[in-house]
Ligand binder design. Structure first.
Ligand code: ADP
Ligand code: MG
Length: 312
């Protein structure tokens, strides 16, 4: 392609909210064989909502939710935000029947929460802190098992049930005991399934990579028609996953939104950051999809194919 053709393509991209960082990136996209998608915030809307909450051992729901929210109050994770919103709602609606406005006014305040000490985020697992002198853990199975906390079979089957419904099960332990489980759902982006189908038709293989557990990941992948799934990938593992696809010389694109995704975006031949994503992800990428719409993954590959097809 001539420099003019590259310039025109870059302009066409920009008009469609597809920012391309340079001619090399534009050229590489035509040869993409695999597109690796992050799950949360990329294939899903990234709007996690608590859908289920179950306290065990006779603990009341309100007390359970308040404890979990107190533990998550210092976390930046989308799951933590969802839990806080749910617990706040429950606390104010069910305990003092205030209206939504008064909740929103109070939102910045955390006066109703318990004091959590020694807060610590454990990437890919969850969080840990101390409340009323007891260790509180909120996260996935790995987090609890690593701390030697037993997951009773009734809790395990409840978590499995959530996961089979494409939800993420979050386990809560206080002291050495499992005290409850939360279920969180994150709806798929509306265009996700159509885009996956479109890529397959173009001869490109879609893959999903996620830190979430296997069962949830597979339930989501099934809904989308994605055959190849890598789940329970620790944050550092996403870039390694990219490299494994590159081993035979294949050109690999990565689509992601989070801080966790930036090493993978940088490792990929074509890194595509979702425009609504974090600054670090946007910086690491070759493409920025400003509209936060997955159809632009196809637009980007198409644009590159059309620009470079003429000279082949
Ligand atoms: P993803 O790749 O989907 O963005 P992360 O690596 O951020 O996933 O997290 C992986 C898993 O770790 C989550 O699915 C969840 O089970 C657990 N986790 C991480 N942070 C938290 C948190 N603040 N509260 C509860 N669970 C968490
Ligand atoms: Mg994400």
């Amino acid at each position: 392609a001539t420099p003019t053709a590259v310039m025109v393509a870059t302009g066409v991209g920009a008009n469609n909210g597809v920012l391309i960082k340079g001619g090399d990136a534009l050229e590489r996209a035509q040869k993409v064989k695999y597109v690796i998608f992050d799950k949360t915030g990329t294939l899903t809307q990234g709007k996690a909502t608590v859908t289920d909450a179950k306290a065990f051992n006779g603990m009341d729901r309100g007390g359970f939710l308040k404890l979990v929210a107190s533990a998550e109050a210092s976390s930046e994770h989308p799951l933590a935000k969802a839990i806080l919103e749910y617990a706040r709602h429950f606390h104010f609606f069910d305990e003092s029947s205030m209206n939504e406005d008064s909740i929103n006014q109070r939102e910045p305040n955390s006066w109703w929460l318990l004091e959590a000490l020694d807060f610590c985020a454990l990437p890919g697992r969850g969080i840990q802190c101390s409340i009323d002198g007891k260790q509180v853990l909120v996260g996935n199975r790995k987090l609890l098992t690593e701390s030697g906390i037993e997951i009773p079979s009734h809790a395990e089957s409840y978590v499995v049930e959530l996961e089979e419904g494409a939800k993420t099960g979050i386990l809560v332990a206080c002291g050495s005991e499992l005290i409850g489980v939360l279920g969180v759902a994150d709806p798929l982006k509306r265009e996700a399934a159509v885009v996956i189908e479109g890529l397959v038709k173009m001869g490109v293989k879609p893959v999903m990579v996620t830190g979430d557990n296997w069962r949830t990941a597979q339930a989501v992948a099934k809904e989308l028609g994605i055959q190849d799934v890598r789940a329970e990938v620790m944050p550092a593992g996403k870039a390694e996953a990219i490299k494994s696809f590159q081993k035979d010389g294949s050109i690999v694109a990565m689509v992601g939104d989070g801080i966790n995704d930036s090493p993978a975006l940088a490792a990929a031949d074509v890194g595509m950051a979702i425009g609504a994503g974090t600054d670090i992800a946007i910086e690491a990428a070759d493409y920025v999809l400003m509209r936060n719409n997955l159809e632009d993954v196809i637009t980007a590959i198409d644009l590159s194919r059309k620009t470079f097809a003429r000279i082949r």
